[in-house]
Design a protein around this ligand. Structure first.
Ligand code: ATP
Ligand code: MG
Length: 449
């Protein structure tokens, strides 16, 4: 018994596990300093020159080690916000729940936080254990311990070019394993968003969630419903723009985590047409992300919710409603159902509506209507949305391409294209007209716009 314990201890000592920080040199971590933000290096250097500890931390270190371009750079230090701020020309203290410093360099912001202590168990929590408030500064070791996964608790010192690894994160990163620091069930209860993050990072690493970290998710998945919806929105946006959106969604479904995010996702994905549309939208999103382009959240959510909007639209239209007002009602129904759980803010919702409401207007190619469409701020997004619909067989692909060409054309070519248009045919498509006259006073003036 005792020999076994000693053997275990020796094994842990040799491996470094539980013995505090490992300092990993350049040969092993292979971070190329040229890929590190000059400004983040500067922040660390200035703080270190003043005698503080300062490291680049979190996602940036993880991404640099696996050869991905980090999105942004965060710095962790033992200096307090009040000590950090005066050291930089443009720095402001932000945050209420946890105060930190934004050091601003032109368009780049280096988020610089003071080491934090992990939860002590005394914090204000909700009934399920979710932490509502924590604001305690801590040591470097404590800061590492309160981070979510071992791969996210790596600290890069740009001066010595060493990675300080307190939880064997480099090894997990190399093995592509997402492993929670501490007791996974407790940590999910503290912050259920960590379940979504586990899924996202496993997809991102093309790896897997460690079984001990994965198992409790099945039981705790419903805690996602207690997370404020604005935070869920941010997280699902990260999931959908990680470059492998469909896989993320499948993984969320597999872990029972999708319910709180897109309540009607199951229904949409069961319908082959809806599924095809969403798969295509997500494939195109992934392609944009992978080629370094940005994705507009409104476009993405407009696409995700379109199959439902379309369904309601058709139902209302078949029941005798004009196309345009039917589309407006359908959009309202779908957005109202979604915003309860997923906080699509007002600005996004109005962009989404604009994209949707343009769709029936693409059917009508007469110069006056085209000019009016052109004036819409989201015209290009509307045309791109039309391409998606055309690719799914929902709209004539030749006409969709004509709109794309028009959007891309320089002024003189555009004028030429408009001139070449055949005169508007007399409307024969009865679908676009009111079928069963109802109350006259609510009849819109146009049939197709
Ligand atoms: P990405 O920016 O690619 O989403 P990231 O790891 O940088 O990944 P952020 O949300 O930017 O994620 O968080 C920065 C760091 O803060 C993380 O690497 C992790 O160390 C810590 N962190 C973020 N969210 C949590 C959380 N919910 N619980 C514990 N630690 C967290
Ligand atoms: Mg980040």
């Amino acid at each position: 018994m005792i020999t076994q314990r000693i053997k275990g201890l020796v094994k842990r000592l040799v491996s470094g596990e539980g013995t505090g920080a490992r300092r990993i040199g350049r040969d092993e971590h292979q971070i190329d300093r040229n890929h590190v933000s000059r400004n983040a290096i500067k922040v660390c250097e200035v703080l270190q020159q003043k005698g503080f500890q300062a490291y680049i931390v979190g996602g940036a270190v993880r991404d640099l080690i696996i050869g991905l371009e980090p999105k942004d750079f965060d710095v962790a230090t033992n200096a307090t916000p009040e000590q950090i701020q005066p050291l930089f020309r443009r720095a402001r203290i932000i945050g209420r729940r946890f105060r930190l410093v934004h050091v601003v360099f032109g368009r780049e912001i280096i988020e610089t936080s003071t080491f934090r202590a992990p939860s002590s168990g005394d914090e204000l929590t909700d009934d399920h254990g979710r932490i509502l408030r924590d604001n305690v500064f801590g040591t470097h070791e404590q800061d590492a311990e309160r981070r979510d996964f071992t791969i996210n608790a790596l600290y890069y010192d740009p001066v010595t070019e060493e990675v300080i690894d307190l939880h064997r994160g480099v090894q997990d990163l190399k093995r592509r394993v997402v492993r929670m620091i501490g007791d996974p069930a407790v940590r999910y209860r503290e912050d259920p968003v960590r379940m979504l993050r586990a899924v996202r990072f496993a997809v991102k690493l093309k790896g897997k969630i460690d079984p001990g970290t994965e198992v409790p998710i099945a039981k705790l998945a419903s805690l996602i419903n207690n997370v404020p919806s604005a935070r869920l929105f941010d997280e699902i946006l990260k999931l959908l723009t990680c470059g492998d959106a469909m896989l993320c969604i499948k993984q969320l479904q597999a872990h029972g985590l999708h319910g709180g995010l897109l309540p009607l996702l199951d229904i949409i994905l069961e319908d082959p047409e809806g599924r095809a549309f969403i798969e295509l939208a997500l494939e195109r999103t992934d392609a944009r992300i992978r080629s370094g382009k940005t994705v507009s959240p409104s476009f993405l959510f407009a696409a995700l919710l379109w199959p439902q909007v379309r369904l309601h639209w058709q139902k209302l239209h078949n029941a005798g409603e004009y196309l345009a007002p039917a589309l407006i009602s359908a959009a309202d129904q779908v957005l109202n159902a979604q915003t309860e759980s997923l906080a699509i803010n007002r600005r996004h919702a109005s962009d989404m509506r604009e994209i949707w409401f343009m769709q029936p207007r693409f059917e009508r190619r007469v110069p006056r209507a085209i000019h009016r469409l052109f004036e819409q701020p989201r015209f290009r997004a509307g045309v791109e949305f039309l391409q998606l619909r055309a690719a799914c067989g929902e709209f004539d692909s030749v006409i969709a391409q004509w709109w794309m060409d028009l959007a891309d054309a320089p002024d003189d070519e555009r004028a030429q294209m408009l001139q070449e248009l055949a005169p508007e045919p007399k409307p024969t498509d009865t679908k676009n007209r009111r079928r069963r006259p109802r109350r006259r006073k609510s009849a819109p003036t146009e049939t197709n716009a």
